[in-house]
Design a protein around this ligand. Sequence first.
Ligand SMILES: O=C(O)CCC(=O)N[C@@H](C(=O)O)c1ccccc1
Length: 369
Amino acid sequence: VRLSSIDIRLISLTLVRPFETSFGRMDARVVPLVRMEADGVEGWGEIVADDQPLFSAETITTARHVLVDCFIPALLSRPLSSVEDVAAALRRFKGHQMAKAGLELAFMDLAARSRDLSIRTAIGGTRDRVPVGVSLGIEKTIPTLVDQVLAHVAQGYQRIKLKVKPGWDVDVVRAVRDAYPTGLLSVDANTAYTLADAEHLRQLDAFDLLMIEQPLAHDDMVDHAALQRGLRTDICLDESIVHARAAAHALALGSCRLINIKIGRVGGYTEALGIHDTCQAHGAPVWCGGMLECGIGRAHNLALASLPNFSLPGDISASKRYWARDVITKPFEVAADGTVEVPTGPGIGVDIDHAFLDEITIEQRQFRA
Ligand SMILES: O=C(O)CCC(=O)N[C@@H](C(=O)O)c1ccccc1
């Protein structure tokens, strides 16, 4: 296809409840969306960067810059027949995986729609529903967190993930384990520890955790390998795995035993599928992480999570967990069995609520071929 236009649209969404991680507390998000059009068909993608470089080095501003000055001109000036062509056109630009992902997602939606296929079918997904877990933020008190755990278990979520950081970890996990003795439980440190904390983190081996996510630095593999050698619990990497090559290196180094694939973090479908296949070849399970996406990003996550090696519950919560109103007409829901339906319509398979989208749009720019 030859794209006729690419739009960048920033929308403003308020969380129904503040969400606190080891690197900060969120009450609201500005979500950058990408829209592409070709031959009257449109496709939508989402960029998972936030306004500050707290999760990774990217921000909304860096994404806007590379899109406007580098990526959009590169894509509007050539024919594109697949998402691999999008990746090839952007490969000479270093990094900026989240910005690249927004473009790959929009293109994949457009390409699948134009072939009247769901993205799940287009990428070879095999599941109609995917098992999901929930990620619970840091709370003011442990009892409040335990209440959150029990409330979400009652809603059917198959796995509880707790945000941890120094001063909010071992005692918290112990209290949650007392209230939730046998279910799937994991923790996510978002890089809050160093190797000096190895002895302290070994205490977590007592709680039969599914994994400890990204305990050390966002760009580290060697120290994670040293930590993993001293831990019974599986380390799962998130921030460190920025593309398929990083996944291969992490597995070769023994930095982790599981990988969290976030299509927005790794650059889009080409790298996400590469990580999926690399992990499958190594017998390492993967699961689909979340970045507080709106319904558009969540729809892409569901398509990805329908692939066979996504064998662990992902962070794909119901829309209502974060948003009073989502940008899609039919919010995603978690069934009592802890699964979410994979959309079957063309492309992302959901309808965008354009009236609401226009209402919450704070910036919009269109680039025409
Ligand atoms: O359910 C979701 O979408 C959020 C899952 C989640 O906890 N994401 C974490 C993470 O580090 O994985 C995150 C939170 C805030 C910002 C970025 C990432």
